[in-house]
Design a protein around this ligand. Structure first.
Ligand code: FES
Length: 505
């Protein structure tokens, strides 16, 4: 087997993949947002550092929090293994809304109205804080007011129950039998006074002037010291705002949430649709406009469970049926952490790690939840109580059954690594495809490019050892257990894994 040179920037670096680049025939996709902003430049950490508060992760959570803390006079530092806004923030749909799917009815039934009220109040405060920051800082981020619609093709009762739950929490909504988008819905609920923006243009504006070090990857936490690939940082308090916690224990977050992938496309020549729309089904479609483009998302699935592919093709068919004149200009994907009870984890990381805080598990609603997390953590870090902290407490105990179900899913990934024997060999892989193959009694993940070159990597996830699966839509190796992902060269794309894949053989 041939092997191409691995492009790395240093022994411990996660390779930075440039926007829109073609690497050995595999194109790394721009999101609409990352193709239409100017990425701000920040330095690497040079040597050791002392600070009061260290935030790990320079996405919306970390930068919002650093912005609030710096305004309050705190000595705060942010580090990120990649670049500012490079992760989940760049892949979102960019909706500043408290319309969170069929969630308020579920939360009220499962946790009671007081907890549902806290969740809504935190997210509503998050929404309002975006508006006030954008106004105070005069940020040009295409902020736009738009109603948010939640619709269902076949379950009017679920939509009606969600409308009742919203009303009972004091959130005004309208129950509709049809909506402006030409879809044959059974029912929809409409929420006024919601917003959409360009998430990266907002992020770039508030990141300006903050002490951020990029290309600086946290490797371990020892007491109040964070070891990075570029030096050590001592801090009184540490916040993990890095999408997925990079330490497994204590906390065991990998047992309490899974990762979900979704696929997004932006089209020219589509109509202005007068709002933001989302299907109540978890794998259904959502729509919004940005300027003259129409953004569509959907085809969600558990990360690591896309062996057949065809996700983008399915979305293209949907758009062709709805608006045949629409022309695709961007497509990209994203990945969300989904707690088993659907509530984010925001607060102390674990009683066994004093001084360390976490914000993760925003389900599909990272824009308002990231600002809610920044507001809550601003209080907790200063030793002040926060009125919404209870519903997000990382120390809550989720229902045992979803936990066990998730455990079985993960166990499937673990056991495959020992039991599954792939039925084909590398030479049978068609060009442009990847698969797990058997070679001299061992199993490897192999990608075969269009020219016939093979790129073998270890098929074992470096996080906790599950067998990786090939994702044909993204030409990546995805882990079905906790959602780590790697490109065809084995370079880490998504945590919780911390390292690239080994090259084989
Ligand atoms: Fe946990 Fe792969 S992400 S084993």
């Amino acid at each position: 087997m041939n092997r191409r040179q691995k492009a790395k920037t240093g022994e411990n670096d996660v390779a930075l993949v440039p926007d829109g680049a073609a690497i050995n025939g595999v194109t790394v996709l721009n999101s609409l947002w990352s193709a239409t902003w100017a990425r701000p430049a920040f330095p690497f950490l040079a040597g050791d550092l002392l600070c009061d508060i260290l935030i790990i992760g320079a996405g919306l959570t970390g930068v919002n929090l650093a912005y609030l803390l710096k305004k309050a006079g705190a000595n705060v530092v942010v580090i990120d293994g990649g670049e500012v806004g490079e992760g989940i923030t760049s892949g979102t749909t960019g909706k500043i809304t408290v319309q969170h799917g069929l969630f308020y009815d579920r939360l009220t039934k499962e946790a009671g109205s007081e907890q549902a009220r806290q969740y809504l109040a935190a997210n509503d405060a998050g929404k309002e804080r975006y508006l006030s920051i954008i106004e105070e800082e005069s940020i040009a981020c295409d902020l736009e007011k738009a109603p948010a619609y939640l619709y269902s093709f076949d379950d009017a009762a679920a939509i009606a129950a969600e409308a009742r739950a919203c009303e009972s929490l004091g959130l005004p909504v309208s129950f509709l039998k049809e909506m402006p988008l030409p879809l044959p819905v059974a029912a929809a609920v409409k929420m006024e006074e919601q917003y959409a923006f360009h998430p990266l243009r907002y992020l770039a504006a508030i990141a300006k002037g903050l002490p951020i070090y990029t290309g600086t990857r946290a490797i371990a936490i020892e007491g109040r010291t964070v070891k990075t690939n570029r030096g050590q940082i001592k801090a009184d308090q540490i916040v993990l705002a890095c999408h997925y916690p990079f330490i497994n224990t204590p906390g065991y977050y990998f047992m309490r949430m899974y990762q979900s992938r979704s696929y997004l496309l932006a089209f020219a020549n589509g109509p202005q649709i007068g709002g933001m729309y989302i299907d109540a089904r978890e794998d259904g479609l959502s729509f919004r406009n940005w300027r003259n483009l129409l953004v569509m998302a959907g085809e969600d699935h558990h990360s690591g469970d896309n062996q057949k592919g065809g996700r983008y093709a399915a979305l293209r068919r949907e758009m062709a049926a709805l608006y045949p004149q629409a022309q695709e200009v961007y497509h990209w994907s994203n990945q969300d952490c989904v707690p088993l009870d659907r509530r984010p984890y925001i607060g102390p990381f674990s009683p066994k790690l004093p001084g360390v805080f976490i914000a993760t598990g925003y389900n599909k609603w990272g824009i308002t939840n990231s600002m809610a997390a920044a507001l809550i953590l601003s209080d907790l870090l200063a030793g002040r109580p926060n009125p919404w902290a209870d519903v997000f407490s990382p120390q809550r105990h989720p229902e045992i059954w979803p936990l066990l179900r998730h455990g079985f899913t993960s166990a499937g990934g673990f056991s495959r690594s020992y039991l599954y024997m792939p039925p084909y060999e590398a030479r049978l892989l068609p060009p442009g495809h990847g698969g797990v193959v058997s070679y001299r009694g061992k199993k490897f993940g192999v990608y075969r490019d269009e020219e016939g070159n093979f790129f073998p990597v270890s098929a074992r996830c470096p996080h906790l050892g599950c067998q990786l699966e090939w994702n044909p839509d993204e030409k990546s190796w995805d882990c079905p257990c906790h959602g780590s992902r790697f490109d065809h060269l084995g370079r880490l794309l998504n945590h919780p894994a911390q390292t690239d894949l080994r090259h084989e053989p």
